[in-house]
Design a protein around this ligand. Structure first.
Ligand code: ADP
Length: 257
């Protein structure tokens, strides 16, 4: 990414900063979070006491080496896996206290994921891929509501909705995946390496879109990335190492996109 674009990313992120929009309420509150995976006799401490507060309408980047616990943190916040210890409050729900059904409700009502792999269904058009999220959440509507159409316009895919994934570029597929994640209008979008499968031009387009979704619609976003330039699109960067949140100085410099 060019120096000019990096600078633009940083200043735009500052301009749309949550503190300037007056939003100070925590939408995610993680306290002394621990997660141990048990595989047979082997146990892996993936999270060893993580503390994190995220305000509504913040865009937070999470950076750290492979295996540092970033995805596990997302999986616990997003209700994909239970914590082993500690407290996680997401959009007012104490996720650490609910069971499988509570975590399913959290995923249905509050949190959506975007992954490095687009995970689109190959036989469905982009529009039907997006509708699957609505059907799964119990909303059976054929058309898209006006405010969601604005999101589709922002994503630049309004004219591509009748195409199947194989007829779309990688960048377009990821934008459809983002639209699918946003179809239920989740309070929180968790993007796990969303530019990991994209070239630098498409990476920039997707990062720009995430920043605009945050700035224009107040979408709370947490994004895992290996890239320092991508991380600069967020309001702030949280560094992880060995299952903990650490100071920047404790980490090696992340890669460029
Ligand atoms: P990151 O996203 O930073 O690469 P992860 O959260 O994927 O880190 O992994 C943290 C640690 O937990 C790693 O040692 C990884 O091997 C381990 N781990 C992740 N998922 C599982 C799982 N489902 N079962 C067992 N170990 C896991």
């Amino acid at each position: 990414m060019s120096e000019a674009l990096s600078t633009t990313a940083r200043s735009a992120a500052r301009e749309s900063g949550a503190s300037e929009s007056g939003a100070t309420e925590s939408i995610i509150s993680v306290r002394d979070l621990r997660k141990t995976y048990q595989t047979g006799k082997v146990s892996v401490e993936a999270l060893r006491g993580v503390n994190l507060e995220v305000r509504r309408a913040e865009f937070v980047s999470i950076v750290g080496p492979s295996g540092s616990g970033k995805s596990t943190l997302f999986h616990v916040i997003g209700g994909l896996t239970p914590a082993t210890g500690g407290q996680v409050i997401v959009a007012g729900r104490d996720v650490s206290k609910v069971g499988d059904a509570g975590r399913t409700r959290l995923r249905r009502d509050c949190v959506s994921f975007v992954f490095q792999k687009f995970n689109l269904l190959p036989n469905l058009t982009a529009a039907d891929n997006i509708r699957t999220a609505l059907y799964i959440s119990g909303r059976t509507q054929d058309g898209f509501e006006k405010d969601f159409r604005e999101i589709l316009d922002l994503l630049g895919i309004s004219g591509r909705l009748n195409h199947k994934p194989s007829e779309l570029s990688g960048g377009e597929q990821q934008r459809v995946a983002i639209a699918r994640a946003l179809a239920t209008r989740p309070a929180i979008l968790l993007a796990d390496e969303p530019t990991g499968n994209l070239d630098s031009r498409n990476s920039l387009a997707v990062l720009d879109i995430l920043r605009n979704l945050n700035g224009r619609f107040g979408q709370t976003i947490l994004m895992i990335t290996h890239s320092s330039e991508a991380a600069a699109f967020g309001h702030r960067i949280v560094y992880m190492s060995d299952g903990r949140i650490v100071d920047r100085a404790s980490l090696q410099k992340p890669e460029a996109i």
